[in-house]
Design a protein. Sequence first.
Length: 200
Amino acid sequence: MQLLHLDSSILGEHSLSRQLTRAVVEQWQHRYPDTQVVYHDLSQQAPSHLSADILQAGALPPEQLSELQRRELTLSEQFIEEFLAAEVLVIGAPMYNFSIPSQLKAWFDRILAKGRTFKYTEQGSVGLAGDKQVVIVSTRGNRYTKDSANDTLDYQETYLKTLLGFVGISNIRVIRAEGVNINPMVREQAILSAQAQIYQ
């Protein structure tokens, strides 16, 4: 079994989402010892954001590619192959300004590839990535769930579910630590709640 583990927090070892994704992966490996983990720290090795050069690279014959385009095309292909090969994804996604880190968005921009992870039909788009399990580790400084005053500001979890659904993935579990910047007591309760979900 192959597990793809993505971290995107810019906070390094101070990151709560990193601590929790590590716990998820360790728990998964304990339960399924044959699991092979592919790991990317998208903060430390962030993929370039989409540009005209990157976008055009896939449509050009090899002899017309610049060195930059060759490198970026190789990276995109690596990301797509890792994504398609994985049976399980563990995604560390802190909320930054109501959405996800731009580094994580850049990764999604590489793996949302027409003809590889989705296709267009007369009936609309169809996801091709299908049969995967996804665990999203969501960390948030404030409260944004449906029963909170800030529920309309959640462009983080809803966005991730939209992206994953677009490529055909519906088996999505969210482990959430919410309100971690409100005060120390709320933070501790949020962490304990997330850890309990991980070990269930």
